[in-house]
Design a protein around this ligand. Structure first.
Ligand code: CP
Length: 322
């Protein structure tokens, strides 16, 4: 069974959130609309709503993370759930326990959700196929395959600044080849009706099948940025490169690094995004990262509301007011 087949229950509601691919515009819009309810929770004196009181959520991060793990934990706590962060290096997998045995033991503690980050594509899907019927799984990033909650917080940020998706030009710049974020963003932008999705980068970092994903390919940064509304910069994913695909970071920055001069090719009101972590001086200049068009830290803040919405929806509590 594919990831998209097991994501929905018999009534077409989200049970797991593993990939954007195959989801409808209605479901993505429902997530974005529902997340709007949660944006004010962080400004309240008591930063909590009771939607998931009594539920237990376990963060299983087999790969490093700052933003995703922390915002999932905050989101769960703001929904009043109990949250456990498993320290994988200190868990019994280090003594040879299999992933499935670890899951069975955690399920025996009556948990309701696993949030999973793993270096292997398909890991969250594998776990979703093996959990008990009442347990939901959310993919926090699996290898170079998918990072669906990142894509949704990016869509939320774009909608807040630009409104209607159906009039936008969006350029995704950098290491498309190894980026789970780019793959999920491309699916989300296409499903939400963005007519002009561009990928920009050297030939070695753009997969040959990119045009079949519904994007226009550019190898020249100035051409790729010409007139766009949204610029999404990506990190070079060196940890996933099996061979040298670039001459040097210095030369990469000369060709593809975003500077204020290069950004001037985009629309004057274009926003600049980056999923983080940023490598300043490699994919972007600090003058852009910290400049007036940057919404990078807004993306992080929006991640809490969007992850609250996805957790509440998958655990079957959507529809209530936050
Ligand atoms: N954007 C993102 O996934 O960041 P982390 O690796 O810090 O979670």
């Amino acid at each position: 069974m594919s990831a998209r087949d097991i994501q929905l229950d018999d009534q077409g509601r989200l049970r797991h959130f593993l990939t954007i691919e195959g989801l409808s515009r209605e479901i993505l819009t429902e997530i974005l609309d529902y997340a709007e309810n949660f944006t004010t929770v962080g400004h309240q004196p008591v930063k909590k709503v009771p939607l998931l009181r009594g539920r237990t959520i376990i963060n299983l991060f087999f790969e490093v993370s700052t933003r995703t793990r922390t915002t999932f934990e905050l989101a769960a706590k703001r929904l009043s759930a109990d949250v456990l962060n498993i320290n994988i290096s200190a868990s019994s997998t280090a003594k040879g326990e299999s992933l499935l045995d670890m899951l069975r033991n955690l399920e025996a503690m009556h948990c309701d959700m696993f949030v999973v980050r793993h270096a292997s594509p398909g890991a969250a899907h594998f776990i979703a196929r093996h959990v008990a019927p009442h347990v939901s799984v959310i993919n926090g990033g699996d290898g170079s395959h998918a990072h669906p909650t990142q894509a949704m917080l990016d869509m939320f940020t774009i909608r807040r600044h630009k409104g209607d998706f159906t009039r936008l030009s969006v350029a995704i710049v950098g290491d498309i080849m190894h980026s789970r974020v780019a793959r999920s963003q491309i699916h989300a932008l296409n499903i939400l009706g963005v007519p002009d999705v561009r990928v920009v980068g050297p030939e070695t970092l753009i997969p040959v099948e990119a045009p079949q994903l519904g994007v226009h390919v550019y190898h020249d940064l100035a051409e790729g940025l010409d007139g766009v509304d949204v610029v999404i910069m990506l990190r070079l994913q060196r940890e996933r490169m099996s061979r040298a695909l670039l001459p040097s970071e210095h030369e990469y920055f000369q060709c593809y690094g975003l500077t204020p001069e290069k950004l001037a090719r985009a629309r004057p009101d274009a926003i600049v995004m980056h999923p983080g972590p940023i490598n300043r001086g490699v994919e972007m200049d600090s003058a852009v990262a910290d400049g007036p068009q940057s919404v990078i830290l807004e993306q992080v803040t929006n991640g809490i509301a969007v992850r609250m919405a996805i957790m509440a929806m998958t655990l079957g509590r959507a529809g209530g007011e936050a």
